[in-house]
Design a protein around this ligand. Structure first.
Ligand code: SF4
Length: 234
């Protein structure tokens, strides 16, 4: 993320460093560790952020350095997302969002590129269809890969900076190395690894690899790390 600051060339005189604007809480997937399921059940409407809310924020955009359009749902389900990002860019804000990527169709990506956002992160927690679709229920690995690869090819510069967010769990920790290969093949610039247990709510509990107690996985990773420390330096 530090890169974003250096890319923008903005001065640091803006009053707010970062706003998180949540376009919606709805989602087209049903991931095994989704922390937002409980919240969704309580919604009276469809969880899509109203235009009126955004309009009330617009007068302040000139004082905001960066806006993260990520919420507890899939941002692309809000049909106003591109317009809002464009307005934010117009006021000189850095922009980006985290998506599950399934709706990132080429037609959407073409419009997105015109807005020139600074970054985009896509959630992928498995390097093959079986592992990925077991976690990201309702998604389609091949379609997702096509979407990412098209977006990467459409870029005219290194913007948006493309990242993969990988939620690490006991069941997919062994996929990390293959994930790096997949990311490179898709034209992705960076992988962020996020521990599942830091996700709010009970849905991700016991899926992470670093629990409060020293379980088998922790012992195994401790051993790896000790072995690495003892490797002779070249
Ligand atoms: S993509 Fe994100 S918001 Fe949607 S179900 Fe999965 S974890 Fe939840």
């Amino acid at each position: 993320m530090m890169r974003l600051n250096s890319q923008s060339g903005q001065s640091n005189t803006r009053k707010w460093h970062l706003w998180q604007v949540e376009p919606d809480l709805e989602c087209n997937l049903n991931c095994i560790m989704c922390p937002w399921r409980g919240y969704r059940k309580q919604l009276k409407d469809d969880g899509i952020m109203d235009k009126a809310v955004w309009n009330s924020l617009v007068p302040f955009l000139k004082d905001v350095k960066s806006i993260d359009f990520t919420g507890g749902g899939e941002p692309l389900l809000n049909g106003n997302l591109l317009d809002w990002m464009q307005q934010a860019r117009h006021h000189g804000c850095e922009t980006g969002f985290l998506t599950n990527g399934l709706l990132l169709k080429p037609s959407f990506s073409e419009k997105l590129i015109q807005i020139n956002p600074d970054w985009l992160a896509i959630s992928i927690d498995g390097a093959d269809a079986v592992s990925y679709e077991r976690i990201r229920r309702g998604s389609n690995f091949d379609e997702l890969c096509r979407n990412i690869s098209t977006l990467s090819r459409l870029r005219i510069s290194d913007k948006p900076w493309l990242m993969i967010n990988f939620v690490i769990m006991e069941s997919n920790a062994d996929q990390l190395e293959e994930m790096v290969r997949l990311a490179a093949g898709l034209g992705v610039d960076q992988i962020n690894v996020k521990q599942c247990d830091v996700i709010r709510s009970d849905f991700g509990k016991n899926l992470g690899i670093y629990a409060g107690e020293e379980n088998k996985s922790i012992k195994r990773y401790k051993n790896y790390s000790n072995e690495l420390k003892n490797l002779p330096e070249n």
